[in-house]
Design a protein around this ligand. Structure first.
Ligand code: GLA
Length: 698
């Protein structure tokens, strides 16, 4: 018997192997005592056998093997070069336990295959990172390789995973566990709106703020496969990997992307905080780690393709007056890009729109105290482009493929293509004072292809190495490429093309299960939303943007004096608070009223918080229900103020004290009774600030 364990303060992941067989995760959950004998655990939880069963239950190992009569999906499907299925049986080769890391190597001599599993646990963020690597003596065809496979919890009735669409990202699906598979396979070639690679498995009774939850995220931008399977004997397994059959050629080495996993004993928020902190503090690399996140202005919804330098300068002036600190020039500045039918890949400034180049606009933006960012869609090509006319074979996929937004992807696996695109982009970055790229990817691939994703990563990595001061925002028609693989190379995501604050409220709420405030772009859109037609008050639009990395995207020329004033105030509030909010945890609140979607951002030291209680809809009941806060110190006293109480509508006629004054109350009261907010219209947001009162805790 061989055993291994990884621990942090709150969780233990324990592995045990019988003889030379692949190990099983025999325990994953609340921290076990150091004295626990893992061999005993393995023996004690071995399943009994009765009529109709094999004489021993096959291992649910970290790579379940078809050759060991495993009754579910195997962890590896591989063929020899001639196409013959290989049926390996792995035996122990070596292990390398190293504090918070563990490597295990297993070998199948008959087929010349080696499997290496790597685990790492982070004491501070509580995230476990796990990956599997396959090496072969001779080239093999890979169909499926799972990152280390873990058992699913038994006292769990359901699981939550994510789907979505353009302007409707991060929709949560609930699926009951039942015999058989929940199988998600994303064959679009990009992370996609439809398939955010995340899974949360609550133990019965878990909510946002309490209970046990297991969280998973697969950090890869080329499309994933997830298997959550209940075996005939009742055991459950969770597998993650690249979408199957994504490797076009035989090779001697393959590796999964990192699988991020976490056990939480304080609800969905325990997973959310682990993902948020790990992404922000361990994965993302920031060109200027200490600089505050600048308020953005993006001109897309103001001018679309209709670029005129004088108008853009005027817009930039107004954006600066509103408080913007970075101006992002969106699509339309290059080639002959008057609409979305042409010019992608012709990354040269359009002399018709910019007769003196981009410099006059950039200089103007700088004079107004803003930095300058620019839009690219590097992996794409329009058939109507100079590059396509010269090199049609650089496009990925067949000639008669169905286009997406009138464009094709270019073949990023070809080094000459990457060099060409690099040169064009590098020329723009070298010749201009640009410190930000909005990097778009507006169509799915003609077929899934891991080499394409690797090629995209290589191009980004090269540009980052040569232009280390340039930040990148990952966009794909909004939130179509959001995952920890792309975020290892970028610093912001464009969460959604929906600037409808009501839709955003929910998208942001769900995305916070994985994404921290600092990476999540959120812009104040036009009064009449361009993608929903809804007319939303400026206060709601501004506060929803202020929940995340704030920016503006409306045409500022449409703003009334009153709207300008409200936007100015909320932006000033955001700037005054952004430093502590950048490091805060976003905690989803369990709202007694389904019409209220609320979150609490709690500073790392716990000394202050802000609650955003957004009203998505009209409530069923006539008066507001109290809202419980979370993760405060029960015996500490807090001063709580409704900072936008001045916006209470005259139909709110009562006298709840928060309408006039701050209150001083205990953490216990805030977390058990909760705050009763004034009555409000739908599509409005209450904003509460809380501060710990010194000297009164304990
Ligand atoms: C995508 C993005 C938008 C905008 C357009 C430009 O749709 O999501 O924000 O940049 O492309 O064409």
């Amino acid at each position: 018997m061989r055993v291994w364990r990884l621990d942090d303060g709150r969780q233990t992941l324990a592995l045990a192997a019988t003889g030379d067989r692949l190990p099983q995760v025999v325990y994953w959950g609340a921290r076990l005592p150091d004295a626990e004998d893992l061999g005993t655990l393995q023996a004690a939880q071995t399943l009994d056998v009765t009529g109709g069963m094999l004489d021993e239950n096959p291992d649910l190992s970290i790579c379940p093997e078809a050759t060991r009569t495993f009754p579910g999906q195997p962890g590896l499907v591989v063929r020899g070069q001639s196409g013959t299925p290989l049926l390996p049986k792995f035996c122990y080769a070596e292990d390398e336990p190293n504090g918070d890391q563990l490597s295990l190597t297993y070998r199948d001599e008959d087929h010349g295959l080696t499997l290496t599993f790597h685990f790492a646990i982070d004491e501070d963020t509580h995230l476990i990172t796990a990956r599997t690597r396959l090496e072969a003596d001779d080239p093999v065809h890979l169909h499926w390789l799972a990152a280390p496979v873990v058992p699913g919890p038994q006292l769990s009735d359901e699981m939550y995973d994510f789907s979505g669409r353009w302007c409707g990202e991060f929709q949560m699906n609930t699926t009951a566990w039942s015999p058989g598979l929940r199988y998600r396979e994303n064959r679009t070639g990009r992370t996609g709106h439809e398939h955010f690679p995340g899974l949360l498995v609550p133990v019965r009774g878990a909510t946002n703020a309490q209970g046990e939850v297991y969280g998973f995220h697969y950090g890869w931008s080329g499309g994933h496969r997830m298997v959550a399977e209940e075996l005939p004997d009742g055991r459950r397994q969770v597998q993650w990997g690249h979408a199957s059959r994504m490797e076009a050629s035989a090779a001697t080495a393959f590796e999964t992307a990192p699988l991020y996993m976490v056990y939480s004993n304080d609800g969905l928020n325990g997973c959310a905080v682990a993902f948020q902190r790990h992404l922000r503090d361990r994965i993302i690399t920031w060109p200027k780690p200490d600089a505050p996140r600048p308020v953005h202005y993006n001109c897309w919804e103001a001018v679309y393709f209709d670029h005129n330098v004088e108008i853009l300068k005027d817009i930039a002036d107004r954006a600066a007056d509103l408080g913007a600190e970075r101006f992002v020039l969106d699509d339309g500045w290059f080639g002959l890009r008057d609409d979305d039918t042409r010019s992608l890949s012709d990354w040269q400034v359009d002399p018709r729109k910019y007769p003196e180049g981009l410099h006059p606009l950039i200089n103007h933006v700088h004079e107004r105290g803003m930095s300058f960012g620019i839009w690219f869609e590097p992996e794409m090509i329009n058939p109507d482009s100079d590059l396509h006319r010269a090199n049609p074979h650089w496009a990925l996929g067949s000639e008669d493929q169905t286009l997406g937004r009138q464009q094709k992807a270019i073949n990023m696996a070809l080094p000459e293509v990457r060099d060409f695109i690099y040169d064009r982009m590098a020329a723009i970055l070298r010749d201009h004072a640009i410190d930000y790229i909005k990097w778009d990817h507006n169509r799915v691939l003609p077929m899934p292809d891991a080499a394409q994703t690797r090629g995209s990563y290589a191009l980004i990595d090269r540009l980052r190495a040569d232009f280390p001061h340039v930040e990148i925002e990952s966009c794909a028609s909004g939130g179509g490429r959001i995952d920890f693989g792309i975020l290892k190379r970028t610093q912001r995501i464009w969460l959604s093309d929906s600037n409808d604050a009501i839709e955003r409220l929910r998208i942001q709420h769900n995305a916070a299960l994985f994404l921290p405030q600092v990476v999540t772009g959120s812009h104040v859109g036009p009064r009449t939303c361009h993608t929903s037609g809804r007319v939303i008050d400026i206060s709601m639009r501004a506060w929803v943007a202020a929940q995340r990395h704030m920016g503006f995207e409306m045409d500022p020329r449409e703003l009334t004096e009153e709207e300008t004033a409200v936007l100015g105030e909320v932006t000033a509030w955001w700037k005054a608070n952004r430093d502590w909010m950048a490091g805060a945890d976003i905690l989803r609140l369990d709202s007694a009223d389904p019409a209220v979607l609320a979150e609490q951002q709690l500073s790392r030291t716990g000394d202050r918080f802000v609650v955003f209680a957004g009203k998505e809809d009209t409530s069923r009941q006539i008066a507001p229900r109290p809202l419980r806060l979370t993760r405060l110190t029960p015996h500490a006293m807090y001063r709580v103020a409704l900072i936008n109480r001045g916006t209470a509508h005259h139909l709110s006629r009562g006298t709840p004290v928060l309408k006039s004054d701050p209150i001083e109350v205990s953490g216990a009261w805030l977390m058990t009774q909760g705050v009763t907010l004034p009555w409000s219209f739908p599509a409005t947001m209450w904003v509460l600030e809380g501060t710990l009162i010194d000297g009164k805790d304990g």
